[in-house]
Design a protein around this ligand. Structure first.
Ligand code: FPP
Length: 249
């Protein structure tokens, strides 16, 4: 199948020219502010989540247009189970519906979908949808989309530590050989270059903590449903201006 270009933004705006070496390879997004967006309009919170779907898709198109290779989206955290049963149920069904209705168009533009998160408590129908989206798009190479559903960073680190302990117990790794680099292999998601959060909140909320220790953080003063590819490009302009030193002088 021939990979298509992503559809243009309705405004006709074109992507700024970025120097490829300066671009973030991996962008993580905390899609925050759906509830407030809906409340501002006198709508139920769930309407905010619905409006957030198009924002995510447009951000992915914008990422493809400039050559970002990986996007991690925080769709449902292990803490989100604390929301009302109605909202949890909505978010579960919604994740399933979004995957079902968007996987073909994401496939057409070469997006490889990966599910990152825990099975515990997730409905089988949601897991099935995530797995079938993964299967459909597994050979794609344009951009990897990590759909973080039922994801928690500390849980991810604990699971990685448990796997390492089990390998050590079986004699597969020696205690002396354990380093940051060898431990990093127990994680499915690579280091994040640019960490974005919408809605003006300045927290990382247990999203990719191992991978984001050297990320550039950009907090965008816009509610998630109002995000589109132009907001991503602005954040990347900010990223390009930053001086990433990784502890060096
Ligand atoms: C946080 O806003 C948002 C979420 C918990 C859900 C994010 C999901 C989407 C944007 C839909 C697209 C993704 C899928 C499922 C494929 P909030 O509810 O915390 O907003 P608030 O802080 O204003 O209350």
């Amino acid at each position: 199948m021939k990979v298509k270009k992503p559809p243009a933004h309705p405004s006709g705006v074109t992507a700024p020219k970025f120097n490829k070496d300066q671009l973030p390879k991996h962008v993580a997004v905390v899609m925050d502010g759906n509830g407030r967006w809906a409340k501002n309009r006198g709508l139920p919170r769930t309407e905010g989540h619905k409006a957030g779907e198009a924002a995510l898709i447009d951000l992915i198109y914008g990422a493809i247009e400039i050559g970002v290779k990986e996007v991690s989206a925080f769709a449902f955290s292990t803490e989100n189970w604390k929301r009302s049963p109605e909202e949890v149920k909505f978010l579960m069904n919604f994740s399933r519906e979004v995957l079902r209705s968007r996987r073909d168009e994401l496939n057409t533009v070469g997006v490889k979908i990966r599910w990152i998160g825990q099975e515990k408590r997730l409905m089988k129908s949601v897991i099935d949808e995530l797995l079938s989206a993964e299967k459909l798009t597994e050979k794609n190479k344009v951009l990897t989309l990590n759909m973080c559903v039922n994801y928690g960073g500390r849980a991810e680190i604990s699971a990685a530590a448990a796997k390492l302990a089990s390998d050590a117990k079986r004699g597969k790794v020696s205690l002396k050989s354990i380093t940051e680099k060898s431990f990093a292999k127990y994680f499915e998601v690579s280091d994040v270059d640019l960490f974005l959060r919408s809605s003006g909140e300045m927290r990382t909320s247990n999203f990719l903590p191992w991978q984001s220790v050297y990320s550039e953080l950009v907090f965008m003063d816009v509610l998630w449903p109002d995000v589109d590819r132009r907001v991503l490009w602005q954040a990347i302009e900010e990223y390009v201006r930053r001086d990433r030193r990784y502890g060096k002088a």
